[in-house]
Design a protein around this ligand. Structure first.
Ligand SMILES: Cc1ncc(C[n+]2csc(CCOP(=O)(O)OP(=O)(O)O)c2C)c(N)n1
Length: 320
């Protein structure tokens, strides 16, 4: 972790966000076998520092898009937890009326543009939003989160080119967890020089190799400053590690595609635990208790909420 001591308010806010995401997803994993949660879940446990570091550096009216592994980014940007949980339960009070599930979270009040199950597809949509924001001229920034696998999609390269050409106000954030489902980078990339590939489009890049949330936050802050100064898109590559299986609540270290030693190395560098230890005990305990209450009331809200009305099946299918 960083040697620079963060500002106490930033430290407390960052810890709260990390802890909320970690505990929410642990609760989702605990509830999942009960079949109350009606959609597949792709957990970010272990990857929280990327979403938190970047979203904490964004302004509240900035915009963010993410992927099916999107609970962390949604919560880090301030998405409503109760409505997220109700969405996972398929309830009518969910963010999308229970129709979208975990992989398609959206909350425009919090600047969450949306997510998609189709790899890479939110990258050009985020660039489109950035183009609209540039034209509106109010200095707002879009951040686009995606995995290392998404950089293999043609649309990634097309979007980098377009964004660089038009100097769009967009921050590209690659959450490089080293795997696309079970395929490691070594089976997919001839070189790991992702930053060099991106730089050929004329986009400045930075890399953070160890999941240090404050290093990610500092990198995001400087990139966002450059974007607001009109310098065009910026790119962050954040190395990270997915602790659970690709989809679902469990672990998959018996599946023979990665070793538990790798997990242990990342767990020793766990941003949630390290950041918590930087706070004094009373402050940390108060935050932890508050987070538990927030999660309990979100679960209660989801459980007590009604199912969508049958007629809702036909709403939002076509534009009015
Ligand atoms: C266009 C497309 N191709 C393939 C898939 C199947 N698929 C789902 S997740 C995934 C891996 C993507 O890996 P990455 O972008 O690194 O994200 P991560 O799951 O590691 O967060 C693939 C290939 C898909 N959903 N969409």
């Amino acid at each position: 972790m960083s040697e620079n001591t963060p500002d106490p308010e930033i430290l407390a806010r960052v810890y709260r966000s990390l802890r909320l995401i970690r505990r929410t997803e642990e609760e989702i994993a605990r509830l999942y076998p009960s079949d109350k949660i009606k959609s597949p879940v792709h957990l970010s446990i272990g990857q929280e520092s990327v979403s938190v570091g970047v979203c904490d550096a964004l302004a509240s009216d900035d915009i963010m898009s993410a992927t099916y592994r999107g609970h962390a980014a949604y919560l880090a940007k301030g998405g409503d937890l109760g409505q997220m949980m109700a969405e996972l339960y398929g309830k009518g009070t969910g963010r999308a009326g229970g129709k979208a599930g975990s992989m398609h979270l959206v909350d425009m009040k919090a600047g969450v543009l949306g997510m998609s199950a189709v790899v890479g597809t939110t990258i050009p949509i985020a660039a489109g939003y950035a183009l609209a924001m540039k034209r509106a001229g109010r200095g707002r920034v879009t951040a686009s989160f995606f995995g290392d696998g998404a950089t293999e999609e043609g649309v990634f390269s097309e979007t980098l080119n377009f964004a660089a050409l038009h100097k769009l106000p967009i921050l590209f954030v690659c959450e490089n967890n080293g795997f696309a489902i079970h395929s490691p980078l070594s089976n997919r990339w001839a070189t790991e020089a992702l930053r060099e590939r991106v730089a050929t489009y004329g986009i400045p890049t930075q890399a953070i190799g160890d999941g240090d949330v404050f290093a990610i936050r500092r990198a995001a802050e400087s990139a966002i400053q450059a974007i607001r100064a009109g310098e065009g898109p910026q790119f962050l590559e954040c190395k990270t590690y997915r602790w659970r299986e690709h989809v679902g609540p469990g672990e998959d270290y018996e599946d023979d595609y990665r070793s538990r030693d790798e997990l242990t190395r990342w767990q020793e560098n766990d941003a949630v635990a390290i950041t918590g230890k930087m706070l004094d005990d009373a402050r940390r305990q108060a935050i932890d208790e508050d987070v538990e209450q927030q999660i309990a009331s979100a679960v209660e809200f989801a459980e007590q909420s009604p199912w969508p009305e049958p007629k809702e099946l036909f709403s939002h299918v076509y534009a009015d």
